[in-house]
Design a protein around this ligand. Structure first.
Ligand code: 5RP
Length: 224
């Protein structure tokens, strides 16, 4: 199977996590990226029975709206029963690197509000140790050089994502060369650097459920 087929399979499987919330008035959270795009497409046939969705990016909001799914602002809801999103890497404790699509800050906010985080990923995303995928860090533009120096001091090699501005008007530094054996510690440390909006480690609030697309089918597991 191709990577796209694996992504499509997990996207379809994730619809089962939305079905209990159809016709209930509940609003769900929807992530960003190519896997999330496929999930949005799989959700489309159920859109009329869904009260709405909070999107983690302008890109996803546009795609949801294109399928006639109502977009809800996060400030309009107290809670989301479920948030469904992809990941760039996920480890054995369900900590993740996210933000390959640059939507990490809004993703982290929506995930914080959700009661359940369902990660949808093809098998290539499952790793023993996070860090081979460069860690995205969203940075206030005036702090770019300072934050880059601090990230270098932590042992990484930050690289500006050229020509990219986040939905929040900020920059992304992609940090290469990290081997992240303490994801919660690293997430906390990087977030303490002045000028960092957030970083792409989702460890303090990791995934609750993983739907992993493998050659043997979609493997469903819960956070250990
Ligand atoms: C976007 C993300 C995505 O979830 C992550 O990059 C995975 O993307 P894809 O589904 O395209 O592989 O965090 O900011």
């Amino acid at each position: 199977m191709t990577q796209d087929e694996l992504k499509r399979a997990v996207a379809q499987a994730a619809v089962a996590y939305v079905v209990p919330h159809l016709d209930t008035g509940a609003v769900i959270g929807v992530g960003t990226g190519s896997t999330a795009d496929l999930f949005i497409d799989a959700l489309a046939p159920h859109g009329a029975r869904l009260a709405g969705a909070v999107a983690s990016s302008e890109r996803s909001a546009k795609r949801l709206a294109g399928h006639g799914i109502r977009i809800v602002e996060l400030n309009e809801v107290d809670t989301l029963p479920v948030y469904i999103d992809g990941a760039d890497e996920i480890d054995g404790s369900f900590a993740m690197i996210k933000g390959g699509g640059g939507a990490l800050t809004r993703e982290k906010i929506v995930a914080a509000v959700a009661r359940q985080f369902v990660c949808i990923a093809d098998a290539s995303k499952k790793v023993a140790v996070l860090g081979r995928f460069p860690l995205p860090v969203e940075v206030i533009p005036m702090a770019r050089a300072y934050v880059a120096r601090q990230l270098t001091a932590l042992g990484g090699a930050p690289k500006l994502r050229e020509g990219f501005i986040t939905d929040n008007g900020n920059l992304i530094l992609d940090v290469h060369g990290l081997s992240i054996t303490d994801p919660v510690g690293m997430e906390t440390r990087i977030n303490q650097i002045a000028g960092v909006v957030t970083n792409g480690l989702f460890a303090a609030r990791g995934a609750d459920v993983l739907l992993l697309g493998t050659e043997q089918g979609v493997v469903e597991s819960r956070r250990p």
